[in-house]
Design a protein around this ligand. Structure first.
Ligand SMILES: Nc1ncnc2c1ncn2[C@@H]1O[C@H](COP(=O)(O)OP(=O)(O)OP(=O)(O)O)[C@@H](O)[C@H]1O
Ligand SMILES: [Mg+2]
Length: 480
């Protein structure tokens, strides 16, 4: 959500009522600036707001009553936060609505803002002499203009620096064809999951080592969207494979084939030309023909081998459905050596840009459990459904439907999710894609929102009891 901080918000933060509530500002270990404040002067309850300023529009992490309702407003907390941020008010900021979890802070910034040292309880100050270097290291780098969108993922400074270095290399080496295969970053994080995945993909000094993220979550929770957004962050062209019995080693690695060979050997060509000359014929068309007919045994690389050799990204969807023959191929790529053995071709060491991301759905009918030793080679990451507010925004964005309808649909989804969690009905009824369908069909004039929702959400169910329960929930959430 984009909001503007106005002089009025700053003045309120500094008035006699609010200034005493400000307890301290600090630089967090993750490069964000934190503000600890009292929620009111009586209860003594404290809370924390955070801000990140990576070059572009700053992001503030804060949840507040003034953001509720159809027209969210900036609050005095944002005004207070702006005191620690360079720039002038009115200042546009992205607001991410959630309660901030405090992190250790490595520098007290309060003196420069409130003329007194910070008084922290929730934030723990770990400042000492050895931290000075660390604080310097945490200066947020300026993002190049074309990379400014990365700021919305709020990567910790250390991770952001490694990502930017990775992208610089990619910019130098990718061909236009490869650049065209880099997806757009559409994923909206619901918590820390995106940061965890990016951090796993560039760990160690200068981000030279990496672990493959394994994105685990219910159907439609955004796993594939997240995998593509990771590729966008790392500027990697994407190659996708889907687990199942059709996916075998040959399809992934490739196979020997006959390929046209270029040219004929010089002796044969000379013999052919002299024979033509003796017969009074033009030798050129014949030589050309023989050239085309020459074949040799070659190797046609499969999708995985190509991705590895070119240092691109491979996304393995439904990885728990992958057959053991393929799992053992992937082992070598996930271990520290990062190699792929290809019978009849040799062992290929993946270039430093190569990355792999797995996706899977636990306990959904038709899925299998993943082998423990295989899963241990990944950084497992849960990809939950979006919160109700985020979901409402996504439905509006995707379909262009009225805000009132997207809110009703997000509310419906939340109630259905509760039903699934209580075991009232199966996970089948919970589908973000179905919400998009409902919104679109209503806009196309196929019926009232409730009618369309009932049709879309229940016609695929064959259990009458389930149909009745889902219909009741629709009835309760959508009153057309
Ligand atoms: N967090 C999110 N951010 C952005 N889009 C999302 C998010 N969650 C779901 N979506 C949208 O919902 C739809 C389904 O998402 P996606 O295909 O990524 O889910 P999935 O988890 O891979 O599903 P499946 O388990 O069926 O493979 C897409 O249109 C996607 O844009
Ligand atoms: Mg998917």
């Amino acid at each position: 959500m984009l909001l503007k901080i106005y002089p009025g918000n700053v003045n309120r933060a500094l008035d006699d009522e609010h200034k005493p509530l400000l307890k301290g500002y600090g630089l967090g270990r993750d490069g964000k600036i934190y503000l600890e404040y009292l929620t009111d002067s009586i209860s003594g309850k404290r809370q924390v707001v955070a801000a990140l300023m990576p070059g572009g529009t700053p992001t503030i992490y804060h949840d507040c009553k003034s953001f509720e309702g159809p027209s969210p407003k900036p609050c005095w907390h944002l005004g207070a936060m702006s005191l620690a941020m360079p720039g002038h008010v009115p200042m546009p900021v992205n607001v991410e609505r959630y309660q901030v979890t405090p992190v250790p802070i490595i520098k007290d910034l309060t003196e420069g803002i409130l003329d007194r040292p910070g008084d922290f309880e929730l934030l723990e100050l770990v400042e000492d002499d050895s931290m000075t270097g660390e604080a310097e290291e945490l200066v947020v780098p300026e993002l190049p203009k074309e990379d400014s969108w990365i700021a919305r993922y709020n990567l910790p400074v250390r991770v952001l620096k490694k990502v930017l270095a990775f992208r610089e290399k990619q910019k130098e080496t990718l061909t236009d064809e490869q650049k065209a295969r880099i997806p757009e970053a559409k994923y909206i994080p619901s918590g820390n999951e995106f940061i965890s995945a990016v951090s796993a993909m560039v760990y160690g000094p200068e981000g030279k080592r990496w672990e493959a993220p394994l994105l685990i979550g219910p159907k439609g929770s955004g796993k594939s969207t997240m995998a593509e957004s990771l590729a966008a962050v790392f500027m990697l062209p994407v190659n996708k494979i889907f687990g199942g019995i059709d996916l075998n080693a040959e399809a992934l690695l490739g196979a020997r084939t006959l390929v046209p060979s270029e040219g004929i050997d010089l002796v044969t060509e000379a013999k052919l030309r002299s024979a033509c000359k003796a017969a009074g014929m033009d030798s050129e068309p014949l030589v050309q023909k023989v050239r085309g007919a020459q074949m040799k045994i070659g190797f046609e690389p499969g999708i995985l081998l190509q991705a590895v050799e070119k240092g691109e990204m491979i996304v393995v969807d439904e990885i728990n459905m992958v057959i053991p023959e393929v799992t053992s191929l992937l082992h070598g790529l996930l271990d520290w050596q990062k190699t792929l053995s290809v019978p009849g071709y040799g062992t290929v060491t993946a270039p430093s840009s190569f990355r792999l991301v797995g996706c899977m759905n636990f306990g959904y009918s038709g899925t299998k459990n993943i082998n423990e030793a295989f899963q241990d080679r990944f950084r497992s990451i849960q990809v939950p459904h979006l919160s109700s507010i985020q979901l409402a925004n996504l439905v509006s964005q995707e379909t262009g439907c009225k805000d009132a309808n997207s809110r009703k649909l997000a509310d419906l989804f939340e109630k259905l999710a509760q039903g699934v969690a209580n075991g009232d009905f199966s996970e089948r009824v919970l589908s973000i894609r179905a919400l998009f369908r409902v919104a679109r069909e209503e806009m196309d004039g196929c019926g009232m929102l409730k009618t369309v929702a009932t049709s879309v959400l229940t016609e695929g169910l064959n259990d009458k009891f389930e149909v009745a329960q889902v219909s009741d929930i629709i009835e309760a959430c959508i009153r057309d």
